[in-house]
Design a binder for this molecule. Structure first.
Ligand code: FAD
Ligand code: MG
Ligand code: MG
Length: 269
């Protein structure tokens, strides 16, 4: 993998490793059209993140992180850009690396697998993650109260998400929301591009995606995506798809879905 969970790399080394891998990816030639698209998306997103690092100091920045694929891509690009901008180094006086502030809002009925991935990736990438268990607006009001220096938050929303249609790279929050700048570096990535990046760079991701979940919410409103259900004939002829004590998965993995608009077919309402 790009970085493995067991590896406890010093933060600047971690960012340097991610940076070098992405730089090599951007140099790769003779790519498929799909990978060329991802190279272009990567360049655009890194440009947005670097602009954010010009406009804001690190303590003023945070990332909304829920362990999902989109903010995972965003996180990796953020760590890459921290290296590029020379922001990953430890302070000479304290020898402590800068805090990578993140905020996670727990669903009322979270998946254990999501909780585990948030915890393991928080360790892997040395994140300073604060967690809230309340509705989003209230959670962000609390978050800004607890971290008053934060002025701008990276969000992994994409164009085809609800409310994503009119967003730009930098948008203040809407009326009625706690006031801060939202930064959307991956707004124009397509579903397939997200998965192509994650798989090409071998970035560990939440295991639910291998079980046919394509969009992660809470356990009550999230199911495997029906568009990924395998035809019955390939599921094995036994109840629950069990044969010889091994379970045959009934859904194909999330990365086999193509259509942006089918991503939420496993979500209620
Ligand atoms: P997802 O793909 O699940 O989420 C898109 C991105 O939102 C993720 O990549 C991640 O960065 C962030 N996110 C989603 N869920 C969580 C979570 N539980 N904890 C931490 N981060 C999460 N809506 C408005 O109408 N107006 C606003 O001004 C507005 N401001 C927002 C500011 C922030 C920082 C965030 C995180 C959300 C805001 N929203 C706002 C809500 C947003 O439009 C989505 O409804 C929300 O992010 C849920 O996303 P999703 O499930 O549609 O897609
Ligand atoms: Mg998403
Ligand atoms: Mg969501």
């Amino acid at each position: 993998p790009l970085v493995s969970d067991s590896e406890q790399l010093p933060f600047p080394v971690l960012c340097g490793k991610i940076h070098d891998r992405i730089a090599a990816f951007l140099e790769e030639k003779d790519m498929s059209p799909k990978l060329k698209q991802v190279q272009e998306q990567t360049r655009i997103s890194l440009g947005v993140i670097e602009e954010a690092l010009d406009r804001y100091s690190l303590p003023e920045l945070s990332l909304a992180y829920n362990g999902g694929k989109d903010c995972l891509v965003l996180l990796i690009l953020y760590l890459c850009a921290l290296h590029t901008k020379g922001c990953s180094r430890a302070a000479p006086d304290t020898n402590e690396h800068p805090a990578i502030q993140c905020v996670y809002i727990q669903a009322p009925d979270p998946f254990a697998e999501v909780e585990e991935f948030v915890a393991s990736s928080t360790r892997t990438y040395s994140l300073s993650l604060l967690e809230y268990a309340k509705p989003m607006k209230a959670a962000f009001a609390d978050y800004l109260h607890d971290t008053p220096q934060v002025k701008a938050i990276f969000v992994g929303t994409r164009r085809t998400d609800p409310h994503g249609e009119h967003l730009t790279h930098f948008d203040r929050t809407d009326h009625g929301w706690p006031d801060f700048m939202r930064i959307h570096p991956v707004i124009d990535w397509h579903y397939v591009e997200i998965w192509t990046f994650i798989r090409h760079l071998n970035i560990p991701y939440c295991i639910l995606y291998d079980r046919g979940y394509t969009s992660l919410g809470g356990t009550r409103d999230t199911h495997p995506n029906p568009a990924l259900r395998k035809p019955l004939s390939t599921q094995g002829n036994v109840p629950n798809g069990t044969a010889n004590g091994t379970t045959t998965p009934k859904f194909r993995p999330a990365y086999e879905l193509i259509d942006d608009y089918e991503e939420r077919l496993g979500r209620d309402k």
